[in-house]
Design a protein around this ligand. Structure first.
Ligand SMILES: [Zn+2]
Length: 376
């Protein structure tokens, strides 16, 4: 996620905080200091408990992440946002049992923390290391430490309970989908979970609006957007089911050579329908000049710079027999609009997001359009 600053890395996962994160600390300071009329001491309390809570949110997300890694699903990063954390899994497993375990692992971490905190509360009673302090300071420290402990203890449990609400894409919603998917098809299970998620989001939002809970309104919007996005991904998957790149890619594409210039690339962009160009040496594909790369290059270089010096050589090609849905995901992951299409290493053309959008539009109206063509 852009706009997030990396703190450290754990088991190959980048731990980041979003730049808006300090907002929640300011909010906490205001809530406990000014609104709660407890002055500086209240503000400090607010900031400290919020930081501890986010450490717990991070542990919760690590719970999901480690469970995902157990199933060989890569976790790119964990981003801490003012409203909570998000672990970016490279994919969501379709096997219900895997999704269930990954979704449950987060709240389970919270219950684990609750047990540890509960035991600490029970056995130590916060007398550790306070013996040397004068009596008044001791009682003051004990009071604030125990109120921090109590606050964190309760918030941690609330966090787990909230995440277990069956509001897809919250953990509870994922557990619900996984359970439904053991009986129904994956897309049917998702559609139901998404509808329930959206219904719950409206209720939460309404509750937030009526009760003046601005925070709850933001969370409700987050659920609403998240549910519809995942619902959309599943619709695309269903529409593209069984379809391959060969049924949708663009054959007649303009190409550039490594010794073409930026000036020529700009001219070709204006004269054609294309904005991304494969770079070929004879028949052989050697790179890709994306529109973004071209814009960057003309900002930094003279118009007579060779394409070979600025093109992308890292972008992978796709095979004609690759599935359309996988390619759609690849385009999104790489954040590009086109990928070169190859057959046994031979360059054939481009598959573009425009191709995929058109295919989706046609096929969502008439699912048999491309299959009939193929049979002919
Ligand atoms: Zn979670």
């Amino acid at each position: 996620m852009s706009n997030a600053i990396k703190l450290f890395s754990f088991r190959g996962i980048d731990i980041r905080v979003h730049i808006t994160f300090p907002l929640i600390l300011i909010w906490a300071a205001i809530q406990f200091g000014i609104v709660g009329r407890r002055g500086i001491q209240g503000a400090v309390f607010g900031v400290v408990v919020t930081l501890i809570l986010f450490a717990i949110v991070l542990l919760h997300e690590l719970g999901h992440s480690i469970a995902a890694q157990h199933y060989k699903i890569a976790v790119k990063e964990i981003v801490l946002l003012p409203i909570g954390g998000v672990a970016q899994l490279s994919k969501i497993p379709e096997q219900p049992i895997k999704e269930l375990v990954i979704a449950a692992a987060g709240p389970l971490v919270n219950f684990g923390i609750a047990i540890v905190l509960g035991l600490l509360l029970l056995f130590f009673n916060f007398d550790v290391g306070l013996g040397d302090l004068p009596l008044t300071m001791r009682s003051l420290a004990r009071a604030s430490t125990s109120s921090i402990f109590a606050y964190v203890f309760i918030s941690n449990i609330l966090l787990a309970v909230f995440n277990l609400l069956p509001a897809f894409p919250l953990d509870g919603g994922r557990i619900l989908r996984a359970l439904l998917a053991t009986r129904l098809s994956y897309s049917r299970a998702t559609a139901i979970a998404v509808s329930i998620g959206q219904g719950m989001a409206w209720l939460l939002g309404l509750w937030g609006l009526l009760g003046g809970g601005f925070f709850m309104v933001v969370v409700a919007l987050f659920i609403l957007v998240g549910a519809s996005q995942e619902g959309q991904v599943i619709r695309i998957r269903r529409v593209f089911e069984g379809l391959r790149v060969e049924q949708a890619y663009s054959r007649s594409v303009e190409t550039l050579a490594p010794d073409s210039t930026l000036r020529q690339a700009v001219a070709l962009t204006l004269q054609s329908f294309q904005s991304d160009f494969p770079v070929c040496e004879g028949e052989k594909l050697v790179g890709l000049l994306t529109h973004t790369k071209l814009m960057e290059a003309i900002n930094r270089n003279s118009p007579d710079t060779f394409i070979g010096l600025v093109m992308d050589t890292e972008i992978p090609g796709v095979e004609v027999r690759d599935g359309l849905f996988d390619v759609q995901q690849q385009l999104a992951d790489l954040n590009v609009d086109a990928l070169p299409v190859l057959e046994d290493g031979m360059f054939l053309g481009l598959i573009t997001s425009r191709d995929l959008n058109e295919a989706y539009r046609f096929l969502s109206k008439r699912p048999d359009l491309l299959t009939a063509n193929q049979a002919a």
